[in-house]
Design a protein. Structure first.
Length: 126
């Protein structure tokens, strides 16, 4: 069973993804929106995947998340990270996310418009 920590401030998106992932067997879902608690939650959950929403402003920028994930990875070397980005409202951020994925700095990314089925399939493969 994969432990997935979800840190997505957009409640509509987060709620939908969490509900879908909980309905799928093979996932334990932990939601953490308090950034100061994120590393502790990941460690306590034994996170296999961190699913985080990237935005064009701090503290949710690509670099903010890469820094945060590097700290988590020190404690949980097996943990993977996947970013969610709204490609319609933040096309430049979406391009940056695609670029860091191409450089191997993240394990996966999703546009906010993809289906829950697709997100579950990719997270299951990480």
């Amino acid at each position: 069973m994969k432990s997935v920590v979800v840190s997505i401030p957009n409640n509509l998106l987060s709620g939908g993804l969490c509900l879908y992932l909980k309905s799928e067997s093979g996932f334990r879902i932990f939601r953490e929106d308090r950034l100061e608690q994120l590393a502790d939650t990941c460690v306590a959950a034994g996170a296999d995947v961190l699913l985080a929403e990237v935005r064009p402003y701090s503290p949710y920028t690509v670099e903010d998340w890469l820094t945060r994930f590097a700290q988590i990875k020190r404690c949980l070397p097996q943990c993977r990270v996947a970013f969610v980005v709204d490609e319609n409202s933040s096309p430049d951020v979406a391009k940056e996310v695609k670029r860091v994925k191409g450089k191997g700095r993240i394990d996966a990314f999703f546009y906010g418009t993809v289906s829950g089925e697709y997100v579950a399939a990719v997270i299951g493969s990480l």
